[in-house]
Design a protein around this ligand. Structure first.
Ligand SMILES: [Zn+2]
Length: 67
């Protein structure tokens, strides 16, 4: 299992959480202030890249302006 890294966006603090951190725990981490600088900028991104998040199937149809 891949471990998650918690990073602060305000200072350069980051640490690794043990594997098995669920979505609820992740949100709990992000809702806490940074233990170092106290800013609410903690992020706990997914260890694997989120593929197929954007739905861009085919070209976008452009509507012609009614002349
Ligand atoms: Zn910080």
């Amino acid at each position: 299992m891949a471990s998650r890294t918690v990073a602060c966006g305000s200072c350069e603090l980051n640490w690794t959480r043990p594997a098995g951190v669920g979505e609820f725990e992740r949100q709990a981490i992000e809702s806490r202030p940074c233990p170092r600088c106290g800013a609410y900028t903690l992020t706990c991104p997914e260890p694997k890249p989120a593929a197929g998040r954007k739905r861009s199937a085919g070209p976008v149809r452009v509507r012609r302006p009614a002349a």
